[in-house]
Design a protein around this ligand. Structure first.
Ligand code: ADP
Length: 500
């Protein structure tokens, strides 16, 4: 690669042709590009056309003398290095020239080695100066880039439609944007730096932000969204995540806030509509179901030949279908009651162990009909009572055990266990059934989601059981987990906190 210093341009200004030519040869040989001028005027003209990095300038010339040329060159371009050539007698002139800005001098007559040394020293200096200039330019550019980047990020933050707040590890606010101030009706000039609760009125959200800021949620990749009401008619949703440094250390939290009032209103209207329709359908369907049962019963006892076997079959199927519809409506009404919040309001002390025993014995007949064993393990320790809505608990465990019976082949086994896990009561429903493929495992908790395969094709259901279970468990402050392997079976684990 070519060294940029190799082709430095040097101008030699001297009235003596031998010095000009001698110097040209020496400097060309060590890599300079050389031009020459025999007097000051020519030199300045040349410099005007072709910039030089260095000028070798004789002080004593006829016409414009060296000192004057030096002055002009300095005016033209201060970065040109000037080396003055002086006779012994004019050493003082050399000193004078240095004062005026010449870089170095070389006394006449000089040896080639002397010239090479002076020229090389000057060349090193030029290269150094160029490098320094380049560095300074780059530094300035980086600073300018940083500055633009900073102001760009600031502008983006200011324009974000979601409210955004960033806290440090102490939970103090370091950044807020206008959408955030609007969401909480904060003054537009509110300063940062205060603890989060000075800005956010919801204590639950403040606690969550504080925990995340302090690094308590680094290992969780699914921190739940936090929905809350502001006043009586506005709903907001907060999503909070830790801000992590290069070494995965927690630097604070970033939270986005969105207004979900419209969604909430639409959701409520939809739920009310479903509840109303379900309610209206329930009585006529129950009547049809009962009447079909009466006609069927009469058909089985009457000797009249008009009631053919195929009519009986049709009626039986109609009765079965109405039964399915009534179950669906029951589930829909349950869901809307849970959403309304009218379930899980009356909390009473419940003995889970005896409740589970009752459910197991009640569903025992259904398990027996499929030659399954349905047992409950006696608890290894005393299980404290739960503060809960007993109907909600019955619905949770009833659904899980019914599912275990439904989705386990004839002759399989279902086991129910109850124990303590930290501050929670842990109930497990373990079956040796069909199991659930991983791709369905999250989805079965969605409304109406049912797995359709050769095992489940003929099992009727609404696809609402598990969503109900999940809503109820969540509203009791608990968790539900599923572990399942196809062909081996499934274990549903419910954790419910023991509240004082
Ligand atoms: P439903 O039982 O009415 O279909 P659920 O919401 O209770 O509705 O269950 C959804 C789906 O999850 C079921 O259709 C079934 O495919 C699957 N499932 C639930 N429990 C089990 C289980 N214990 N074993 C295997 N699959 C199950």
């Amino acid at each position: 690669m070519e060294n940029p210093a190799d082709s430095l341009h040097v101008l030699i200004v001297d009235d003596e042709p031998s010095i000009r030519e001698g110097s040209r040869r020496i400097l060309t040989r060590i890599g300079f590009r050389v031009s020459t001028a025999e007097n000051g005027t020519d030199a300045l003209e040349l410099l005007d056309k072709d910039e030089a990095a260095m000028v070798l300038l004789d002080m004593k010339m006829p016409g414009m003398d060296g000192m004057e040329v030096l002055g002009h060159i300095r005016e033209l371009d201060k970065s040109i290095l000037i080396i003055v050539i002086t006779g012994f007698a004019t050493l003082e002139t050399a000193v004078e020239a240095m004062k005026l800005g010449a870089y170095d001098f070389i006394p006449k007559p000089f040896e080639p080695a002397q010239l090479r040394m002076v020229a090389n020293r000057a060349r090193d200096r030029i290269v150094l100066m160029r490098d320094a200039k380049k560095l300074a330019r780059e530094k300035q550019r980086t600073l300018a880039d940083l500055d633009t980047e900073k102001s760009r990020i600031r502008t983006i933050m200011e324009s974000l439609p979601s409210g955004t707040v960033v806290t440090n590890t102490k939970g103090q606010v370091v950044l807020i944007n206008p959408s955030f101030r609007r969401a909480f009706s904060l003054p537009s000039d509110i300063p940062t730096g205060q603890p989060i609760h000075k800005y956010v009125p919801d204590p639950g959200l403040c606690d969550l932000i504080l925990q995340i800021s302090q690094g308590q949620h680094i290992d969780f990749d699914d921190i739940p969204d936090y929905e809350f009401a502001v006043g009586s008619d506005r709903y907001l949703k907060a999503r909070a995540r830790p801000v992590l440094g290069d070494r995965m250390e927690c630097l604070g939290a970033v939270v986005s806030i969105d207004d979900i009032t419209t969604m909430k209103v639409i959701d409520r209207l939809k739920s009310e509509f479903v509840a109303k329709v379900s309610h209206e359908l329930r009585s006529p369907l129950s009547t049809i179901h009962e009447q079909l049962a009466v006609v069927l019963a009469a058909g089985q006892t009457s000797a009249a030949p008009s009631e053919s076997a195929s009519d009986q079959q049709i009626l039986a199927r109609a009765k079965e279908k109405t039964h399915g519809l009534i179950a669906l409506i029951g589930d829909l009404l349950d869901l809307s009651r849970i959403e309304e919040g009218s379930i899980c309001q009356e909390l009473v002390a419940v003995d889970v162990t005896s409740m589970l025993r009752d459910i197991v014995s009640f569903l025992g007949a259904r398990a027996q009909a499929k030659q399954q064993t349905l047992v409950m393990d006696p608890p290894a320790e005393k299980i404290p009572q739960l503060q809960a809505d007993p109907l909600a608990l019955e619905s949770i465990f009833g659904n899980l055990i019914s599912n275990a019976i439904n989705y386990t082949a004839e002759g399989g086994a279902i086991r129910v266990t109850v124990g303590l896990a930290g501050i929670n009561v842990r109930v497990q429903v373990i079956d040796t059934g069909f199991g659930i493929e991983p791709r369905h495992q999250d989805r079965i908790f969605e409304r109406f989601y049912r797995v359709k395969d050769d095992n489940t094709r003929f099992i009727t259901g609404t696809g609402l059981g598990l969503p109900i279970v999940k809503e109820l468990v969540t509203s009791l402050g608990g968790l539900i987990e599923l572990h399942s392997e196809v062909g081996q079976g499934s274990t549903f684990t419910v954790l419910l906190p023991v509240l004082e």
